[in-house]
Design a protein around this ligand. Sequence first.
Ligand SMILES: [Zn+2]
Length: 52
Amino acid sequence: MKFGGFVLCRREDDGERVCRSLWKCPARHVWWHWADRPDETLEACPIPEAFR
Ligand SMILES: [Zn+2]
């Protein structure tokens, strides 16, 4: 997995604006998770075309 930068998002859980860390796998899929919750599993990014 290759780090792809940060994306600032609104988090519905707590209403905060928090960065997501972006990751790209060798098959060029895009994954992300909350940067302040690194223990959470990566989720498939629903808008991968925005980050290619
Ligand atoms: Zn993949």
